[in-house]
Each structure stands twice: as structure tokens, then as C-alpha cells.
Design a protein around this ligand. Structure first.
Ligand code: AMP
Length: 396
């Protein structure tokens, strides 16, 4: 059984929390998107409200050794502003200063440690580094979904130094529950929408989810490999020729498992990979030579929409067009609108993994779906059916 925060007494405890404060910074060291800090707030607030103190540890970027450009001191003020409490900073994540600051921490206080990745031992999952970190706190909480798929010192190895007092943070709890709602306990019909550029990067996901879903919409760049394999003409559209046979096998497997596959019917194709390119609507299997499909056409959108509105559980991973170009974003926006409508009607909708999250945020749907995942790689690996090291370590 997985332990959660509310199963522990936190009064007088020094709670060591692995957060994901790997936020984007501009050239002046200013945060351009503070979502990840806000996402950790419920756990931190909870610990403080129960009479504990918080020691926050995170990585930032990929520094090679100590480098001020990657110092977490740059985000100290922002963390304090979001948490609405003063934040103490330790200029190292292990060693004398960090230990002293942790020792003298009072209930209700928050300490932020310097970047964990200033030590290569962090990503190597070094045991003695993990042990030094573990000495800073009396309870270990993992709330960093963004790195839960990594067996790093602070995300997984450290848990073995806490006998029972190791738990999921509130964010991780939400992520795990959202995945569970889609993969295990979702109300039928369950629909997965997969888009994005490549079939090859989604193979393990498709194979894993075929046992869990009733409908699969395949859109975006990855659809053309399926269409070509079935004898369609796709012009210069994205295609992975090495995967033609694979897509045929997959369609057969889906039929065996009674999963209905929905491919686009028509597409908006362009002469060049450019927002201002000439464009025309064509059936997906007869795209003229030298033209490429960049967005879902109106008939595809209608078909996708009706499947979405009939579904009670929806997973969306990957845009169904080049949404970064405003002239080719209509399909992705229409999909978001349909998912929002289905959610209002009672469906559970999870958006996860990479570019669909970016699309949802760009077009303002994040509050109209049930859950938007905070982890790219971690969400993809969960959908692939893998047990994430950061979560498994809390069970041991
Ligand atoms: P992925 O990282 O595999 O989810 O792919 C996301 C990328 O796929 C986005 O940058 C989209 O612009 C791109 N994409 C979606 N549809 C197409 C398409 N029809 N042709 C080319 N790229 C596409």
C-alpha cells in the first residue's frame, strides 16, 4: 500500500520534500513559468499547517558541477511569494551549512536547498550522497512527478533511509490517481487520443493501452504512416517508412482486442512547412505530390468530436496538427473544445505528456479538463505501464 501524507503525524517533524522546481528562467534569471512551484504548494502548506517544517530540495537544469546560472537562490524570492512565508536558503544541499540550517529549523519554517545536480552523485543515484541528504529530515516526501521516472539519489535511492516515514506528496498523489482513473478504473467508453509527430515514440504506449481502452483516435503527424501502409497517397507528409508494417499489425491487434481505431478522414495540407503556406483540404489518402498534411480537416474534426462526446474517460497525448502555426491549429483547438464539452458532461479527461500540455495551456483549456499532468517523461512512462522508480521506492 502506498503511504500518503495524511497518514502521518507531522507535528515537530522536519519534512524533507523532493519538489520539482526545475522552472524555466530567462537570461536575467527571472522565472518565465512558475507552474511547478505552485504545483508543490498544497503539500508544503499541508505540512506547515500540521505543525512541521519543510526542507525543499530540487534540481534546476543540467549543470555540470557548481554553476551560479543554475543556482536555486534565483527562485528563493518567488518560492517565498507563492508560499506566503519567508524561505531560508542553504548554499549547498549537503554538508555542514545545510545540516546546521536543517537542525535549527523551527516548526512552520521553510528551508530551500541549493541545486541537487551540482553533485553528479544525484543523477548517478549515489547511495552515500542520498544518505547525507536523508540526514536533513525525519520524514521523506516525494512530490516531484517530473522526475519520478528517474532513479536518482533524491527521487528514489533516498527512500531506503526512511523506514516508514516516506510518502507521496499531494501532487504525486493526484498524478497517480489521474493515471489510475484512465488506466484501471475509468468509466467506459474509454478513449485515448494520440497525436504528435512520430509513431515510433508512441509504440509502447499504444501496446500498453490497447488493453484498457475502447476507442483510439490517431491524429497529427503519426497518422500518415498508418494511411500510407493502407495504400493511401500522402505526398510529403511526415512518414516513418520503417513502421509501415508495424502500423498494419497494430490495426489487426486493435481489431482483435475490439478497440475501434479512428484515423483522420480529411486534412488541411500545405505546400511548405510554414504558417503562411498555401493550403487546401484533401481526403487523407489522396494528398497531392509535394503537399503535406499539417492539420485535421473539418470531417476529421466532426468525427473526432462525436467520439469524444460519447466517451466517459479521455486521455489526450499529442496535438493533431502543427498547432504552433496559428493557421494549422484549428484541429487541435477543436479537439480541446470537444474534450472540455465532454468534461462538462461528466467525462474524466486527462491531458498528459509533452506537447498536448503545451497546446492546452496555449489555448486556455487547462481549467476545462479534469487534470493536466505536470510530468512529460514520467507521464509517458506511466502510460507505457512502467512502475516509476520514484513511486516504487515509497512502497518498499
Ligand atoms: P510529439 O512530441 O511526438 O508529441 O510531437 C509533437 C509535435 O508534432 C508538435 O510540435 C506538432 O507540431 C507536431 N505535429 C503534429 N502534427 C503534425 C503534422 N501533421 N505534420 C508535422 N508535424 C506535426
Amino acid at each position: 500500500m502506498m503511504n500518503t501524507l495524511n497518514k502521518l503525524s507531522l507535528n515537530n517533524e522536519k519534512v524533507l520534500i523532493r519538489v520539482d522546481f526545475n522552472v524555466p528562467l530567462n537570461d536575467q534569471g527571472k522565472i518565465t513559468d512558475d507552474t511547478r512551484i505552485r504545483a508543490a504548494k498544497p503539500t508544503i502548506d499541508y505540512v506547515l499547517s500540521k505543525g512541521g517544517s519543510c526542507i525543499l530540495m530540487s534540481h534546476l537544469g543540467r549543470p555540470e558541477g557548481k554553476n551560479p546560472k543554475f543556482s536555486l537562490s534565483q527562485i528563493q524570492d518567488k518560492v517565498s511569494e507563492i508560499l506566503e512565508v519567508p524561505v531560508i536558503f542553504a548554499e549547498d544541499c549537503i554538508g555542514k551549512e545545510a545540516q546546521e540550517r536543517a537542525n535549527s529549523l523551527q516548526n512552520g519554517q521553510v528551508l530551500l536547498l541549493e541545486n541537487l545536480r551540482f553533485y553528479k552523485e544525484e543523477t548517478k543515484g549515489d547511495k552515500s550522497f542520498a544518505k547525507q541528504l536523508s540526514k536533513l529530515g525525519s520524514v521523506y516526501v516525494n512530490d516531484a512527478f517530473g522526475t519520478a521516472h528517474r532513479a536518482h539519489a533524491s527521487t528514489a535511492v533516498i527512500a531506503s533511509f526512511f523506514q516508514k516515514k516516506k510518502v507521496l506528496g499531494k501532487l504525486l498523489e493526484q498524478e497517480v490517481s489521474a493515471i489510475d482513473k484512465v488506466m484501471n478504473t475509468g468509466k467506459k467508453p474509454v478513449l485515448a487520443i494520440l497525436g504528435g509527430a512520430k509513431v515510433s515514440s508512441k509504440i509502447t504506449i499504444i501496446e500498453n493501452i490497447l488493453d484498457k481502452i475502447d476507442h483510439l483516435i490517431i491524429g497529427g503527424g503519426m497518422a500518415y504512416t498508418f494511411v500510407k501502409a493502407q495504400g493511401g497517397t500522402i505526398g510529403d507528409s511526415l512518414c516513418e517508412d520503417d513502421y509501415l508494417q508495424y502500423t498494419k499489425d497494430l490495426l489487426a491487434l486493435a481489431a482483435e482486442k475490439k478497440v475501434q481505431i479512428h484515423l483522420p478522414i480529411d486534412v488541411i495540407c500545405a505546400k511548405e512547412f510554414d504558417n503562411d503556406s498555401n493550403s487546401q483540404i484533401k481526403p487523407i489518402d489522396s494528398i497531392p505530390e509535394k503537399w503535406m498534411g499539417l492539420d485535421s480537416g473539418p470531417e476529421s474534426i466532426n468525427k473526432f468530436k462525436s467520439v469524444i462526446l460519447e466517451s466517459k474517460t479521455i486521455l489526450w497525448n499529442g496535438p493533431v496538427g502543427v498547432f504552433e502555426f496559428s493557421n494549422f491549429a484549428k484541429g487541435t483547438i477543436a479537439l480541446g473544445e470537444a474534450i472540455a464539452e465532454s468534461t462538462v458532461n461528466g467525462a474524466f479527461s486527462l491531458v498528459g505528456g509533452g506537447d498536448s500540455v503545451a497546446a492546452v495551456k496555449q489555448f486556455g483549456f487547462q481549467n476545462q479538463v479534469s487534470y493536466v499532468s505536470t510530468g512529460g517523461g514520467a507521464m509517458l512512462e506511466s502510460l507505457e505501464g512502467k512502475d516509476l522508480p520514484g513511486i516504487a521506492a515509497l512502497r518498499a
